[in-house]
Design a protein around this ligand. Sequence first.
Ligand code: PMP
Length: 521
Amino acid sequence: AEPVPAEPHLAEPYMARTLAVLGLSVEYVRAEGDTLYHRDEQGAERAVLDLVGAFGATILGHNDPDVVAHAKAILDARLPVYAQFSLHPYADTVARKLNGILTRELGEAEPYFAVFANSGAEANEIALKHAELDRVTRLAELCGALHENRENARAALVEGTAVLADDAFAVLGVDVHDADHLLKAAELANAESLSAPPVLLALEGSFHGKLVGSVQLTHNPSFRLPFSSLAAQCRFVPADRPEALARIVEGERRTVFDFTLDAGVVGVVERDMPVFCAFVLEPIQGEAGINVLTEETARHIQQVCAAVGCPIVIDEVQSGMGRSGSFFASAGIGLRGDYYTLAKSLGGGVAKAAVTLVRASCYRQDFDLIHSSTYAKDGFSTRIAEKVIDLLETDGGAAYRLATARGEALMTELRAVQAEFPDVVKEVRGKGLMVGLEFHDQSVAAAPALREKADMFGYFAAGYLMRAHAIRIFPTASAVHTLRFEPSVRLTDAAIARTGAALRDLCGVLRAQDAARLLGL
Ligand code: PMP
């Protein structure tokens, strides 16, 4: 570990302390490909193999030469970076390219409109905001129709041109058999239903960001619960029991009472109202511990959502941009959404870029004026995004084939480690370059020091691999026994072999329950 600075840290002061405890206090001074460099005590550069790849933001590696050259060219040409409220043809180009990929990989015939953002959480919040704008607009239309139908029924009853249907009172459940009372009861019941907050749906374990809106969809209670009063709440569905979705949806369904007027008879009918704002899901859950959604679960979610008119937001922030072996991980499981969100690698590892794609037929044109951000769709990050897409698409998508091949090579090595240490490694799973290695639960470890620290286990494992093997790795945010591997498509065989050797050593330490060695005591 580096010496503790004399001056206290002011930027996230407690993070420095945590990093020190874990043996992760290093300042990286240079980055290239899958390597980060920091200085050792003699001031010499020490190369660290970066297996987390900026948590999935560097599919092409750190400072990819083509991306860097493009970034320099943008700046050298003095292209405007911030010119809001003017035409942005390059943003249109990015949207067009993404549409081409959607058509090729997902068979989407309909266009998707693009709204640009700065981060993954923001892209998801844009999808939520848009879905809610769409819901409240539909709600307002429904409200108008209910009012009109009720007043028509009232007029017909007052004029005596119609009579109430025999079951009218029973449908509403009112005992007082009076038309005015019935109309009022329907209005009151509807007002209550129509003011209900929107229902959001997501899978257990999901991670969709940490801003006020998106954190409600991030399952991890320590990230979410302190902020639950700030926004609409989400119902979490167990990913391994998709049948639970139908039950949850049934429980959340709400209806309103509408009046019909047909052949001189006023009837009361119960109609569904749009209560579901969106189902947000990752095709491969990242922070939950790298869980690939099955085709069956995807199909089930799609059917249930279609039945109740709930839009689907597919969060490809971590799984997208080629990491899974196709540009969209949804392609591999037949998942189709009304919204897709991208971020992380969209910025090529040098810019902050994100985008929300919205199915054209759901798009509310007011949204262009209702939503904006100073930095979104800027001339720098958007042009970088275009370059990254071009680089991924080069040679008929050679990068996607590389992601599959390098991912398989990595997974083969990790599986070999698992086979040698089945008592230590529980499972290896993932797709392409989104791989997780899960250790057996250390909260029941033999060594008391390991049991005590089990809730931070993956971070201590990371500290050990950093100290002993110059490997940078982290657990997933919500499953600390799973280490995540999200390197670039340039991951070499030598790096994979080095990873295998380091993990065998770590597994040996765990098999021996050598807490002192693992924790660096
Ligand atoms: N969605 C997913 C699936 C993510 O993995 C993440 C980040 N880990 C986010 C959203 C949030 O992205 P950001 O950190 O850019 O806000």
